[in-house]
Ligand binder design. Structure first.
Ligand code: PBG
Length: 328
């Protein structure tokens, strides 16, 4: 017996071809940014807290980035592990022109001129306190003094050839200060991708293991945002936009899809979302145990982030995804 029902949504799902026609969101390697870890020396090292990821020496970093780029990934973002002996309370190594990051930027741009090289601007890998900012004797994070150092760090990356600097520190006023510093040296073409809504998240745990960059004392709650807050993210977005950010980022991604969506409707700027180390690790470990189908879960997690409103996604799965996309 046929029910009298003229409206049947399933008609738009009746075949793969129809589903292709009505699909609302697309995802291809061109939407992805590949975060890469690097270290001194000429050896790579597996990262125990992030199975499947390595800390690359500069030569192999260039190779890995080149392979991802050849598969259609437009950009990489760099995270250095700094040897303990170079970490200081003032984080001076972060603007050493001969440091690991500037050397890596030069090598990447020389080998792959069309690859977009993004750098992380924050002090935590360089700072003996493990904080994104400078720490006063009483434990407080010194906002304005930190911003001065971040400007030097951003300039150091720009001089080495970075295309985009990405301040991940969450200090107040850093976007305006970095823009002014860059423009002051005529780096008007260097973009700022601001970590706009970066939450104080437990999902960063595996990343801090990868870089030995966990805070020595305290937590990051006086600068990173409270996971309970959404309006505050809009306030940060308005500030970053007015200070001259080119791209706004939300981080983590999966647990903060509503934030991506809200910022999307408040700005005309492009939005990036960072699928962070803990999100990566949850999928990796559940798949290694055979409990989830890794490829399918990765695709679904990324399309969800795109659907929420992200133009681009930073993900440790970038190269894997691009490989699979190519094979399809
Ligand atoms: C540091 C920084 C962090 C991440 C990116 N930049 C860690 C933190 O803020 O403690 C996390 C990325 C990840 O977990 O994948 N400024």
């Amino acid at each position: 017996m046929l029910i009298d029902m003229p409206i049947r949504p399933r008609r738009n799902r009746k075949s793969a071809a129809i589903r292709d026609l009505v699909r609302e969101t697309d995802l291809n390697p061109g939407h992805l940014i590949y975060p890469l870890f690097l270290q001194e020396g000429n050896r790579n090292e597996a990262i125990s807290s992030m199975p499947g990821c390595q800390r690359w020496c500069v030569d192999d970093l260039v190779k890995e980035a080149g392979e991802a780029h050849a598969l259609g990934v437009p950009a990489v973002v760099l995270f250095p592990r700094i040897p303990d002996e170079l970490k200081t309370p003032g984080a001076e190594e972060c603007y050493n022109a001969d440091g690991l990051v500037p050397r890596a930027i030069k090598a990447l741009k020389a080998a792959h001129p069309s690859l977009v090289v993004i750098t992380d601007v924050a002090l935590d890998p360089y700072n003996s306190d493990g904080h994104d900012g400078l720490v006063a004797a009483d434990g407080r994070i010194l906002n304005d003094k930190t911003v001065d150092v971040l400007c030097q760090q951003a300039l150091c990356h720009a001089r080495a050839g970075a295309d985009i600097v990405a301040p991940s520190d969450m200090m107040d006023g850093r976007v305006a200060a970095i823009r002014e510093a860059l423009d002051g040296e005529s780096f008007t073409d260097v973009s700022i991708m601001s970590y706009t809504a970066k939450y104080a998240s437990a999902f960063y745990g595996p990343f801090r293991g990868a870089l030995d960059s966990a805070p020595k004392s305290g937590d990051k709650k006086t600068y990173q945002m409270d996971p309970a807050n959404a309006r505050e993210a809009l306030r940060e977005a308005e500030l970053d936009e007015s200070e001259g950010a080119d791209i706004l980022m939300v981080k983590p991604a999966g647990p903060y899809l509503d934030i991506i969506h809200q910022i999307r409707s408040h700005t005309t700027l492009p939005i990036a979302a960072y699928q962070v180390s803990g999100e990566y690790l949850m999928i990796k470990s559940a798949s290694a145990a055979g409990w989830l189908d890794e490829a399918k879960v990765v695709d679904e997690s990324l399309i969800g982030i795109r659907r929420a409103g992200a133009d681009m996604i930073l993900t440790y799965f970038a190269k894997d995804f691009a490989k699979r996309y190519r094979a399809k």
